[in-house]
Design a protein around this ligand. Structure first.
Ligand code: 5RP
Length: 249
């Protein structure tokens, strides 16, 4: 009976994971199809959902012979662009983007986001800030009424390594909760970002005024950037469990 139950749990997990992957793909394809046109500069986000967006982008570039320039938000995004033989650029050459497409860890009803689950929040925010339109792609598990409902790991905050202890103390003193240094899966040391910094994950206790919190945290010496994206996203595409796509503006 125990073996049967374990098999059942495994089957359930696998089919759930498959559904989520399908949902990511739906959201990513919708965003690329609705927002990317010929002769555009496109910001390419980071994470697992963006992989589907780059697949679709490369397919459209090939089929429709589009002239698209891509600006990456991380080492991962850069590799994706190169692997798909897309045109790679940067903010020196293209400081103004037509559209940036990126995933999110959580999206609330106001389109406030928690990002940085993969540790790429700083470059993601810079690229999104340079884009005329910033579009989010996510599966149904990221959709939330209030931040903290779905994503339980807290707000990622990129910090200068020497400052991680004082910064975490100041955040907890001012806003409560708990801040912990993100460790590598091997536990051999901290996660190091593409900018050679550390990540703090701040688990907050209750919903807050995110504009105020974002501004206050950014004022702490040693903070590079927060994973709170307030008033940046213009639209979110959610791939749903039933195979539909929901749009939030
Ligand atoms: C990386 C990010 C990602 O966009 C975010 O974590 C979502 O990732 P995924 O698409 O794998 O769910 O912010 O820093």
């Amino acid at each position: 009976l125990v073996a049967l139950n374990q098999k059942h749990v495994l089957w359930f997990r696998q089919s759930h994971a498959k559904m989520a992957e399908e949902a990511k793909k739906l959201a990513a394809y919708s965003a690329v199809d609705n927002h990317v046109q010929n002769n555009q500069v496109v910001g390419v986000g980071s994470g697992s959902t963006i992989v589907f967006a780059v697949d679709r982008l490369a397919e459209r570039v090939r089929q429709e012979k589009l002239n698209i320039v891509c600006v990456p938000t991380s080492f991962q995004a850069r590799q994706l662009i190169l692997q798909h033989s897309l045109t790679l650029s940067d903010l020196d050459r293209h400081p103004e983007l037509d559209v940036a497409i990126d995933g999110a860890d959580e999206v609330d009803t106001e389109l406030t986001l928690i990002k940085g689950g993969g540790g790429c929040l700083t470059q993601e925010k810079i690229v999104a800030g340079c884009a005329k339109h910033f579009v989010v792609i996510a599966d149904y598990r990221k959709d939330s009424k209030v931040l903290g409902q779905q994503w339980k790991k807290g707000v990622p905050i990129e910090v200068i390594p020497m400052a991680y202890v004082p910064v975490s103390r100041m955040i907890v003193k001012k806003f409560g909760g708990e801040a912990s240094l993100r460790m590598a899966v091997s536990k051999a040391g901290p996660v190091v970002t593409d900018n050679s910094n550390f990540i703090l994950d701040w688990k907050f206790e209750q919903a807050q005024d995110w504009t105020e919190v974002n501004t206050a945290i950014k004022m702490i010496p040693g903070v590079v950037e927060t994973g709170l994206f307030v008033n940046m996203a213009e639209r979110a595409y959610f791939g749903m469990e039933d195979g539909s796509v929901q749009v939030r503006d």
